[in-house]
Design a binder for this molecule. Structure first.
Ligand code: ATP
Length: 326
């Protein structure tokens, strides 16, 4: 209800009378007044003028379920949206509620994450209330060995979202990072629960550095944020909604084709490694080659220095630029 009120006020861009709001939402004037009061408490600047109604003046970077929902243009992805004040990891929480029958498309957002994780037991560190920490729950009817393709879809959705909301040239560092100006602004972690040939659920977590101003020493040479590049703060809710919108479209194409045959060309235009020399780091092995791009199965094609082509699959592999992170 509050989401609908926000949407109406934002889209009107002018005063909306109390009467119109009551009719639109099907509630009393007192109920409208109470919601306006709550929104002001959350940081929204809403003017109330006699005989004219309400007008939203400042749309701050509020990150609540209502703010996100009011911006969603999806039919099912990101719905419902659950907002948590504090959690160990949004992926852990999503896995827990997936066991309790939460529906496909549920989105978990946290204000503070105390034990965010990356791949291979690495950690994802982020201060509270400036960045996006989100996890999406899916129940795809695909084979378990194809689930890591979903990481690639999320990376594409984040790139599309960043480009749309900020105009910045974001790129993917295969398979699971998004970079802007050569710095990592997003990490993605996909986890799943499966039977032998059946997926019970997949959770896709994405941490996006949006309005962070400084980074801890350990990552200050590789990490960056959108705000630092753009020079202004960005609405996290707007970006979250844009990512969900992009992902809904990509996911539907993926389910129809069961592979990336209709998406890999776009992925390759977004992939910063394409056409560049990379250092491939496998758990037991490291070598240098040229990244040619991904194929329709999401595998990265590497031409080794001796001319032999190898396909590498997400999972345990990292790629690095020869002289640094990308
Ligand atoms: P890499 O990105 O190094 O190739 P990876 O894809 O396996 O490896 P992830 O699992 O995506 O890495 O993320 C974990 C790593 O990201 C950490 O080891 C740390 O170096 C870095 N990191 C942690 N927090 C942040 C952050 N907020 N912004 C950017 N980088 C971060």
């Amino acid at each position: 209800m509050k989401a609908e009120l926000l949407k109406r006020l934002r889209e009107a861009n002018d005063y909306v009378s109390g009467q119109q709001l009551c009719e639109h939402l099907g509630v009393s004037r007192t109920a409208v007044w109470k919601m306006i009061h709550q929104l002001k408490g959350e940081g929204y600047e809403i003017e109330a003028v006699k005989n004219r109604g309400y007008r939203i003046r400042e749309i701050p970077d509020v990150m609540t379920a209502e703010e996100i929902t009011s911006r969603l243009k999806t039919t099912w992805m990101g719905r419902p949206c659950l907002y948590l004040e504090r959690v160990d990891s949004t992926n852990n929480y999503a896995k827990k509620i997936a066991e309790e029958e939460a529906s496909e498309g549920t989105l978990i957002i946290a204000k503070e994450q105390t034990a965010g994780r990356g791949r291979r037991g690495r950690s994802w560190t982020t201060p509270e209330d400036v960045n996006i920490m989100m996890t999406l729950l899916l129940r795809p009817k695909i084979r378990p060995e194809h689930a890591s393709r979903l990481t690639l879809l999320m990376a594409m959705a984040v790139v599309r979202g960043i480009r749309k909301v900020t105009g910045l040239e974001a790129y993917i560092k295969w398979p699971n990072d998004v970079v802007v100006n050569g710095r990592k602004v997003c990490g993605i972690l996909t986890e799943m629960n499966t039977e032998i040939d059946y997926i019970n659920y997949v959770v896709i977590g994405a941490g996006i550095n949006v309005n962070q101003q400084e980074f801890p020493k350990e990552i200050q040479d590789t990490a960056g944020s959108l705000c630092l590049v753009l020079g202004r703060r960005i609405s996290r809710a707007e970006l979250t909604a844009a990512v969900m919108e992009a992902l809904e479209g990509l996911y539907e194409v993926f389910l129809r084709t069961q592979d990336l045959s209709e998406l890999y060309q776009e992925y390759n235009t977004m992939c910063i490694n394409c056409g560049h020399q990379v250092r491939v780091q496998e758990p037991e092995n490291e070598y240098i080659g040229t990244a040619e791009g991904i194929n329709e199965y999401g595998e990265l094609i590497i031409t080794r220095e001796d001319g032999v082509q190898t396909l590498i699959y997400a999972g345990e592999v990292s790629v690095r630029g020869l002289y640094g992170y990308v």
